[in-house]
Design a protein around this ligand. Structure first.
Ligand SMILES: [Zn+2]
Ligand SMILES: [Zn+2]
Length: 311
């Protein structure tokens, strides 16, 4: 049986250099302004709030995918997608049947995406699964549920409709996703260069069952949404810290990872979007308080205080 995998990244090449929190400071590319170095230095002062990657156990992402990570300097050298000029809006395309609690998960995740990236968000009219062609769908080989081909959604649905003011366009699907032969499923998939991606609610639990289940489902959706959208801004998988941009091979591994960006990945997001980090921490803390995410609320509060002190 092929390995259960999540968060595939097609259309990329692997980097040659590794990424470690203990690595010596490396020079930034000559062409970037000195503000990049200041950004990196200030984010480094949040290190006490972060943890090293959890110990990898058999079946985890890094036991099956040899990835070197990506430092901030490496990210800058790749000329990543930036939210600049007229491209200051995230588009969310619902794909599937969103009613009741699933609609609330969708709307709150869209709100959080706006806060996470500091961008405006437009939630588009839903696309019905029944309108997708047969070749883009299948029954899962492991159960009686429908799967939609994630690459097809990106290439044939999301890319053609990319608006002029779109920084990125994100599909949010109620059906399970699979990326092609040899894969069981993916939680989500995104392109590092084409500004599109898609993720699925299918494996996030039943948000209708209870308030606790709703919060668990919401947190899983938040993690996947921000992870995949980070890829769309050129952020590769993180191996340096316990981080939202780390790869995850199964649900338990995804649940172990925190909803936060590490000192190596946060400067990438700030560089790509120009969002004010202090305001971002404050708004995410408020969002978490409003949605019963107590641990995340406490962390964003602490991060906001430390960020101000790190001036
Ligand atoms: Zn990923
Ligand atoms: Zn990271």
């Amino acid at each position: 049986m092929p390995a259960i995998v999540v968060r595939a990244m097609p259309w990329i090449t692997l980097l040659a250099a590794g990424c470690s929190p203990s690595a010596p400071a490396e020079p930034l590319p000559d062409k970037v302004p000195s503000s990049a170095a200041a950004l990196k230095a200030r984010c480094a002062q949040l290190a006490p709030l972060h943890s090293p990657p959890s110990v990898t156990i058999e079946g985890d992402w890094l036991t099956e995918h040899a990835e070197p990570g990506q430092t901030f300097a490496e990210y800058l050298r790749e000329d990543p997608t930036l939210a600049q000029g007229e491209r200051r809006r995230l588009y969310v395309l619902p794909i599937g049947y969103f009613v009741g609690a699933r609609r609330r998960v969708l709307d709150r995740t869209a709100e959080a995406l706006g806060l996470w990236f500091g961008l405006e968000v437009t939630v588009e009219a839903p696309v019905a699964l029944e309108t997708l062609p047969e070749r883009a769908r299948r029954r899962s080989p492991h159960g009686d549920w429908q799967q939609v081909h994630s690459g097809w959604l990106m290439q044939r649905v999301l890319r053609p409709g990319l608006a002029a003011d779109a920084a990125c366009r994100i599909g949010f699907c109620t059906a399970d996703l699979w990326p092609g032969a040899g894969w069981n499923f993916v939680f989500g998939e995104a392109s590092l260069v084409h500004r599109v991606g898609v993720w699925s609610l299918h494996r996030d639990g039943d948000p209708e069952r209870s308030d606790a289940e709703f919060r668990r489902c919401l947190l899983r959706a938040l993690k996947t949404a921000t992870h995949e959208t980070g890829h769309m801004f050129g952020m590769r998988h993180c191996t340096a810290w316990s981080c939202n941009l780390a790869g995850a091979n199964h649900q338990q591994e995804a649940d172990r990872q925190p909803w936060r960006l590490c000192p190596e990945c946060l400067p990438k997001l700030l560089w790509a979007t120009n969002v004010d980090a202090g305001a971002r921490f404050a708004s995410l803390a408020r969002f978490c308080a409003e949605n019963g995410l107590a641990d995340e609320h406490a962390w964003f509060e602490r991060a906001g205080r430390l960020w101000q002190a790190a001036k």
